[in-house]
Design a protein around this ligand. Sequence first.
Ligand code: GLP
Length: 241
Amino acid sequence: MNILTFPTDAELNEAGAGIITGLVQTKPNAVLGLATGSTPIGIYKEMIRTFRKNMVSYKQATTFNLDEYVGLPASDPQSYAYYMKEHLFDHIDASPERTHIPSGTAADPEAECKRYDALLESYGQIDLQLLGLGHNGHIGFNEPDHSLIRGTHVVKLSDQTRDANARFFETPERVPTHAITMGVGTILKAKTILLVVKGADKADIVHRALTGEITTECPASLLQTHPHLVVLLDAEAGRHF
Ligand code: GLP
């Protein structure tokens, strides 16, 4: 595990974008696992900046997003499909047919999970999986539990997660109750995992996840078992290291 702490947000974002851009420069058909939430926005901005300097092309790259809210269409500004267009896809040359996100409006969500897994499987392995961290240690939407599910599945969101994400919605009641998420098995199968954590409110959970007991009650703790885990922390999130 390689833990890097950055004094400024700008330096962290540059480093994160540099790792992703560097991969796509050397392997144009790379398979990227992408994340949403507030954490990766700065990294995406930096990736866009590099793209605009003609330093990289995403045309041949394939992307798989971690998760999507059940019930939100891609046209809903709170959906992760909308987020990805707004923060990244609309600003780079990614091929729409190669950017994959679970559908939140599939008539049969279970079938949608199977479709997503089969698609992931057809690519073999994600080269680099970008991850944020939930306040309760969740990754993607894999919530703390007695056991965790390997593949893509429908999950009931915890009250803590719904509260944390309520800031993006008009009213807390509008936060969806369920989501589709890649499972921890798929996440851990990625060649490299890039975990990014920002802010004082995540200092305790990131320390527990990376140095504490490995337990499904803290899904991010399973990342300790990954052979190529790179962790980018801002000074606040990294204060216990
Ligand atoms: C959401 C997402 C996660 C994300 C986490 C942290 O629930 N499903 O993928 O990592 O919350 O979000 P933020 O970066 O906004 O703190």
